[in-house]
Design a protein around this ligand. Structure first.
Ligand code: BTN
Length: 262
């Protein structure tokens, strides 16, 4: 298995707003745990932990996140945002990862609430935001880079950059692109506030305005995905006109005649 060489990435980082420092591991349980342990030891804003393989990668809702060694981009970054950013930061990450993939591979990315990055309605990247005690956020990003059809998880319709572009993608280039994009969006949020991030997120979310089904822990809700609020909640409008803001769940487009996208 070929590991990542971060030497070139170091030189490509702008470090406009985030003073990136990179830590690389061939294998670990989860980059989230490595970043959280570093945080406890005093690491702070801008640490980015990258692994070639995770033995126990995790996704949202306690799910696992798996990828064979050497094929995915597995990244956790520590950010210490200004007060009031906690709801918006995962949205910022979604926009930044989508932009980073687009800049690196030329693929048009869509965002699916709460924070999946899709291309052609298939998941290509996932984002996990964790809040350890204190002001820091640990943002985990997993990108299906060079996975083949047999490597992809079966539960969610998923794809990889390899399958989408027809060629192997250099993970170092993608990493640099995503970190530079995170940095740029961090600056845009500092300058323009949450509204700038929310507008960019909404512009990428093709499910907004369309009929959806949201599966929660115990209930399935159906309505129109009207928007997202500043905390990243989904605003769902029911047929009777009522609105509800949902904080978690799995969303799926309801197919209607003439609209065939899943
Ligand atoms: C999701 O879509 O459920 C979020 C997936 C996040 C996966 C990444 S891979 C790098 C980082 N380390 C982890 O254990 N999880 C995140």
């Amino acid at each position: 298995m070929t590991g990542l060489d971060l030497t070139s990435v170091q030189g490509d980082l702008h470090r406009w707003w985030v003073p990136w420092s990179l830590e690389y591991l061939d294998a670990c349980e989860s980059t989230q745990d490595v970043a959280r342990a570093a945080l406890r030891r005093g690491a702070g804003h801008g640490l980015a932990v990258v692994a070639n393989w995770q033995r126990a990668g995790r996704g949202r809702h306690g799910r696992s996140w798996t990828a064979p060694p050497g094929l995915a981009l597995l990244l956790s970054v520590i950010l210490v945002p200004p007060p009031g950013w906690l709801g918006m930061l995962p949205l910022l990450a979604g926009v930044a990862v989508a932009d980073g993939i687009e800049a690196s591979c030329g693929l048009r990315c869509d965002l699916k609430w709460p924070n999946d990055v899709l291309v052609d309605d298939r998941k290509v990247a996932g984002i996990l935001a964790e809040r350890p005690p204190g002001p820091a956020v640990v943002l985990g990003v997993g990108v299906n880079v060079n996975l083949g059809p047999g490597d992809l998880p079966q539960e969610t319709p998923a794809t990889s950059l390899l399958l989408l572009t027809g060629k192997a993608v250099v993970r170092e280039g993608l990493l640099g692109s995503i970190l530079n994009s995170l940095d740029a969006w961090y600056g845009k949020a500092l300058e323009g506030g949450a509204a700038v991030v929310l507008a960019a997120w909404r512009a990428r979310a093709s499910m907004l305005g369309r009929p959806v089904e949201v599966t929660g822990e115990t209930v399935i809700r159906r309505g129109t995905a009207e928007g997202i609020d500043e905390e990243g909640g989904l605003i769902l409008r029911y047929d009777d006109g009522r609105r509800e803001v949902l904080l978690a769940g799995d969303i799926r487009l309801i197919r209607t005649a003439g609209r065939e996208r899943a």
